[in-house]
Ligand binder design. Structure first.
Ligand code: HEC
Ligand code: HEC
Length: 223
């Protein structure tokens, strides 16, 4: 991975002549191999969609991977892949690539899990809304990221990682710990599938709490 830093440095010095921003050079030479050219993710590699995710969260997660708060366990294959990738970057490169990825347009994921979205909505409102907001867009002051935009297989995998001690277990990871606590309330496979099926239905921004996109679709008979 050391040679990668050198490569990025070289690409950057070449790129700066063409006035390409550092974040774009890192993304288009490196991150795209797993996350896709639009940052849309790759189901085979289990790399999530990251396009349009706020920079504060991306940069924070890159730091978590770099400093072994995430992807630290050898049984966490995807986490380890990403951890090795994050360790190829220094703090300045991380923040530059985060800014670039945040500027990409979010790519709406395709649903792959069919489950009871009404139950999912109930669970979401009871256990998740308080931090991730009614529309799943997250809330920076709580450190809670948007869930909208993420693939259902990735949402399920992360909730399982929080539940099984692969994420959010270290004392230095206060935000991860908050989420690991909340993940304990999802007790059955059915609850998990229902939740992610509901979350993935929240694609367009809702105007207010009374008319979330799911309600609007129900009212107009689309779902
Ligand atoms: C070798 C493949 C690979 C490369 C290269 C890679 N990633 Fe990842 N990335 C992954 C995988 C797999 C995950 C899912 C990790 C998990 O399940 O915990 C991930 C997760 C992430 C996450 C966490 C997303 C979230 O919602 O919490 C961020 C942020 C991220 N990658 C950014 C990047 C950036 C920026 C680059 C380039 C510097 C990059 N990745 C390069 C495979 C890769
Ligand atoms: C007490 C606040 C809180 C509650 C309640 C909560 N979360 Fe979270 N959630 C967080 C925080 C904070 C993070 C970021 C963790 C980190 O920094 O690693 C997070 C992260 C996540 C992630 C990882 C996203 C990613 O991009 O990798 C998922 C998935 C998630 N939450 C789903 C849920 C679901 C589903 C519920 C309801 C069962 C829920 N959360 C309830 C605070 C909360």
């Amino acid at each position: 991975m050391r040679s990668l830093s050198l490569f990025i440095l070289m690409a950057w010095s070449l790129g700066s002549q063409a006035e390409e921003p550092l974040g774009k050079i890192i993304f288009t030479n490196f991150c795209f191999t797993c996350h896709g050219m639009k940052g849309e993710g790759n189901a085979q590699l289990k790399a999530p969609s990251i396009a349009g995710t706020p920079a504060w969260y991306l940069d924070g997660q890159l730091r978590n991977f770099r400093e072994d708060r995430r992807g630290f366990d050898p049984s966490d294959v995807e986490g380890q892949l990403m951890s090795a990738s994050a360790k190829a970057l220094n703090a300045e490169q991380s923040s530059a690539v985060s800014e670039y990825v945040a500027s990409l347009k979010r790519v709406p994921p395709v649903a792959t899990v069919a489950a009871d979205r009404m139950l999912g909505r109930e669970l979401y409102r009871e256990c998740c809304m308080e931090c991730h907001r009614f529309n799943g867009e997250g809330e920076m002051v709580f450190g809670s990221p948007p869930l909208v935009g993420l693939q259902d297989w990735y949402l399920m995998a992360q909730i399982q990682k929080f539940r099984h001690g692969l994420r959010g277990v270290l004392t230095a990871d206060a935000m991860g710990q908050k989420m690991a606590f909340s993940a304990r309330f999802i007790e059955s496979e059915n609850a998990l599938e229902s939740l992610v099926a509901y979350i993935i239905s929240l694609q367009s921004p809702a105007k207010d709490e009374m008319t979330d996109p799911f309600d609007q679709a129900l009212l107009s008979g689309q779902k």
